[in-house]
Design a binder for this molecule. Structure first.
Ligand code: NAD
Length: 331
């Protein structure tokens, strides 16, 4: 099969090459999000695959893919909200995604950031830059196995996080509207308020939807311990960023570990002039008790490989007339 791979990134090359060598398939590397600028490069392909960071809104894009005989839109990412459902239905596309390419990747990034904050590494780094190698009394830190970790959202990534913290000896509690008894051996299900009140570390792993948009604001920060480390590896929109900044400034919380910010769209995956970065980003970046990564929690070799393999396996199944494993919508 010949597959148009939109938004190709050189980090994907080893895994694309390995797939081609194993299967004899041809993967057409196409730079940039699928758009009117590059859709014609899918001409002659049997299928397409993308991991969009912008919405596919132009009807002509769907029409062109349909004219090329392409029957599916495969996302090699979890998110599939970038498609227009009306147009998907109009042109009878099958939609697939890659729901769990590596929950550990995101869970481990959260842990890395949390440990950085727990051990007050940012403060020591700032002091060292000034030639101060003393150990001030207020920088005595703590060890993870004395801590209670509260997890909001116990799906793939929340569960992977619970496993890791539990293995490190921490007490793990969690909230999810869906009860899953199979994880009770390493995480105790509690109410959301109990997570807020009792946790030393709070880590959020929910999708962004109507129930989770802005779910953490000043009211919630005030319910947390002043010593809490708050970690968001999910979506920026789950948190009111200005409230987070105020909570840090007012010492309502002790630190923030962030892989995502609500307004990251202006720099996500790009090289930008620093003066064009959003104000909230620049403000958070200055704080020694904040650590930020650029939505790179997923960016491990395992995850990149799985995104490619999972989506291509499903594409092959669709072309063979079989049901794909990760079906989001069928016509
Ligand atoms: P998942 O669907 O397996 O789990 C999400 C869980 O959240 C489910 O158990 C669901 O019941 C729960 N949930 C839904 N609404 C809730 C609410 N109001 N309160 C508490 N829990 C709620 O998803 P996942 O694979 O674990 O991924 C979680 C999120 O992580 C994704 O939706 C995505 O936003 C984010 N993510 C981030 C990165 C990154 O690189 N930073 C990568 C992948 C995913």
């Amino acid at each position: 099969m010949k597959v148009a791979m939109f938004r190709y990134n050189p980090s994907e090359e080893p895994y694309m090459k390995a797939w081609e060598e194993k299967t004899g398939d041809t993967l057409v590397r196409i730079k940039g999000n699928l758009s009117m600028k590059n859709v014609d490069q899918a001409k002659g392909c049997d299928a397409m695959c993308t991991k969009q960071s912008i919405n596919i809104t132009d009807e002509a894009i769907y029409r062109r893919l349909h004219e090329f005989g392409i029957k599916q839109i495969s996302m090699r990412s979890v998110g599939f909200n970038t498609v227009d459902w009306k147009l998907i239905k109009k042109y009878h596309f099958i939609v697939t995604n890659t729901p769990a390419y590596s929950p550990r990747a995101i869970a481990e990034n959260g842990l890395t950031q949390v440990m950085f904050l727990l051990r007050k590494t940012g403060y020591f780094r700032e002091l060292a830059k000034k030639g101060d190698f003393s150990r001030p009394a207020n920088l005595v830190s703590d060890e993870i196995y004395h801590k209670t970790v509260g997890i909001i959202g116990l799906g793939h990534i929340g569960t992977a996080s619970a496993q890791i913290y539990s293995a490190l000896g921490a007490k793990v509690i969690g909230y999810d509207p869906v009860y899953n008894e199979s994880i009770e051996s390493f995480v105790k299900h509690v109410s959301l308020d109990t997570v807020f009140h009792e946790s030393d570390i709070i880590t959020i792993h929910t999708p962004l939807d109507e129930s989770t948009k802005n779910m953490i604001g000043m009211n919630e920060f005030k319910k947390m311990k002043n010593s809490v480390i708050f970690c968001n590896q999910a979506r920026g929109g789950c948190v009111v960023t200005q409230d987070l900044i105020n909570a840090l400034k007012d010492h309502e919380i002790a630190g923030a570990a962030l892989d995502v910010l609500a307004d990251e769209g202006s720099y996500y995956g790009l090289k930008v002039d620093r003066k064009d970065l959003p104000e909230d980003y620049l403000e958070l970046e200055k704080m020694p008790n904040v650590i930020m990564t650029p939505h790179s929690a997923y960016f491990t070799a395992t995850a990149v490989r799985n995104m490619i393999n999972t989506s291509l396996i499903d594409i092959r199944r669709i072309l063979e007339g079989k049901k794909p494993h990760n079906l989001v919508l069928e016509p």
